[in-house]
Design a protein around this ligand. Structure first.
Ligand SMILES: Cc1cc2nc3c(=O)[nH]c(=O)nc-3n(C[C@H](O)[C@H](O)[C@H](O)COP(=O)(O)O)c2cc1C
Length: 216
């Protein structure tokens, strides 16, 4: 089993990354080989609609745009599992996540009317971290990420799971910033008490998605 773990937050050691590092340990506990990638280390963009992946003679399930994302897409489509983490930005996934989604899903989409090209399954684990509460997530974010989860199920054909961290600690010292609407004490307590449990859920999710079917 091979599991690719991708951080689509620019912050390499903050909330999303911490959840993803927990997920990496979970995948390794299941015996998977893992690779961890900070997307912001790569030169990438969204889909350019070059249509090279739809050319009749083109090998399918490949993105042909010449940047760092195409080899990563190739790795994902040959892996058994991908875990992608995103901070919630304006009630949706990050722009970096969206760029990856466009490129990854478009090159597996068939316009011949026969569905999708991929003939194997890649399990997908999604990690969302955000300022808002569970209630805010269900009302404002859930409809957006539901669409994304359905897309992954359709295009990558594997199992899709997700986990969340709410009311995250956004900065180390709130007193330095114009962020009066947040209660630093409550955030810090959440980091100490709730967040380890969130990381444990990310671990469990990745362990399940990275297990051989007979191990489940
Ligand atoms: C540009 C931007 C937009 C954001 N929009 C939202 C939002 O709509 N809802 C929310 O709950 N949190 C929002 N946040 C907060 C982040 O989702 C939250 O702090 C997240 O845990 C950050 O992840 P990171 O620490 O991995 O960067 C926003 C943060 C930024 C920088």
């Amino acid at each position: 089993m091979k599991t690719i773990i991708i951080n689509t937050s620019a912050r390499k050691n903050w909330n999303t990354a911490m959840m993803l590092k927990g997920a990496k340990k979970g995948a390794e506990a299941a015996g998977a080989e893992t690779e961890y990638i900070d997307l912001f280390d790569l030169d990438f963009s969204g889909c350019h609609s070059c249509m090279a992946c739809k050319l009749k003679e083109a090998e399918k399930n490949r993105c042909y745009w010449n940047d760092d994302l195409s080899p990563l897409i190739d790795k994902i489509l040959h892996a058994d599992c991908v875990i992608i983490g995103t901070p919630i930005y304006f009630w949706d996934v990050s722009a970096a996540f969206r760029a990856l989604l466009e490129r990854l899903c478009f090159c597996t989409l068939s316009y011949d009317g026969n569905g999708h090209f991929l003939d194997r399954q890649v399990n997908v684990g999604l990690i969302y971290t955000m300022n808002t509460s569970e209630e805010g997530f269900e009302t404002n974010v859930r409809p957006n990420v539901n669409n994304i989860e359905e897309m992954f199920a359709k295009f990558l054909k594997g199992k899709v799971m997700s986990c969340t961290a709410f009311r995250t600690l956004q900065v180390n010292d709130y007193s330095k910033y114009c962020m009066a609407k947040f209660n630093e004490e409550e955030r810090r307590e959440g980091r100490e008490k709730r967040f380890p449990e969130d990381i444990r859920k990310a671990y469990e999710m990745a362990r399940e998605l990275s297990s051989k079917p007979s191990d489940n």
